[in-house]
Design a binder for this molecule. Structure first.
Ligand code: SAM
Length: 248
């Protein structure tokens, strides 16, 4: 069988393309891409032409089978997503599992990944951390997720889209209290890269006045040793209302 290569792509800065990334894209028989238009731009930048097929969130079953069939027939494939490391909060984990079940070798090439880039810059403890990905859209599921994390001692990492950032900061503040430290890592590796090291309460106030733009990774300090400081969700929500009012 052929080999599935997981090929990370830049999270903003094209200078982060490595020799091994480019060589692998040049050498494989075909590329499975989350969005073929995004990947075409990258291939044009590298001066490469390759057969592309789609592998995205809503076709992982049919798309996965198509990739597997070609791998089993001896072709090699590079999996790329829109940005960063495939299989980390983007399509890919199912394809890796499918290959593993079918005895196809998977080679994971290291490269850009927003969560690691953010954690390293956060200034918060990096020795133990937990990656929480995106919070659910659904209010009830978000709250349930955050309630699970109330006593979490490890540094926590979240991905978030700009239009949901203020709602997420409200929920994080309600769950963890306004004094908890947070590093908001924005537009990493890009022109307007910024790391704002602050507290949840200050962040709620700041973004009430300054609408968030760009892509964010949120790195949140773990719970303090004494759990007495923990607040209830009800108290937390009332507090967020006060902070937002102060920010205006
Ligand atoms: N697979 C990717 C990785 O390795 O990081 C993550 C894909 S996920 C669909 C996209 C999320 O990653 C964004 O919503 C944002 O939270 C984060 N992200 C990606 N690029 C970023 C950047 N340049 N700066 C800050 N956050 C970024």
């Amino acid at each position: 069988a052929g080999i599935l290569y997981l090929v990370p792509t830049p999270i903003g800065n094209l200078g982060d393309i490595s020799a091994r990334m480019a060589d692998t894209l040049a050498e494989v028989d075909f590329i499975a891409a989350e969005d073929t238009r995004v990947t075409l731009k990258l291939l044009n930048h590298l001066g490469l032409k390759k057969p592309l097929i789609s592998y995205y969130r809503h076709n992982t079953e049919a798309g996965g089978q198509a990739v597997l069939d070609r791998l089993l027939a001896g072709e090699s494939c590079a999996l790329v997503t829109d940005a960063g490391t495939p299989a980390i909060s983007d399509p890919g984990e199912d394809l890796v599992a499918l290959c593993a079940r079918n005895g196809v070798d998977v080679v994971s090439i290291p490269g850009p990944c927003a969560l690691v880039t953010a954690l390293a810059a956060s200034g918060l403890p990096t020795g133990r951390f937990t990656f929480e990905g995106f919070l659910a859209m659904n209010k009830k599921n978000r709250r349930a997720h955050l309630e699970e994390l109330v006593g979490e001692r490890r540094t926590m990492i979240f991905y978030e889209a700009p239009h949901k950032l203020t709602a997420t900061l409200d929920d994080l503040t309600a769950a963890f209290g306004p004094d908890r430290r947070i590093s908001l890592c924005r537009e990493l590796t890009k022109l307007h890269e910024e790391v704002r090291r602050t507290t949840l309460g200050e962040a709620v106030r700041w973004y009430a006045e300054n609408p968030p733009r760009g892509e964010f990774v949120l790195v949140v300090e773990g719970a303090p040793e004494s759990v007495e400081e923990a607040i209830t969700l009800e108290d937390g929500l009332a507090l967020v209302d006060r902070l937002r009012a102060e920010g205006r």
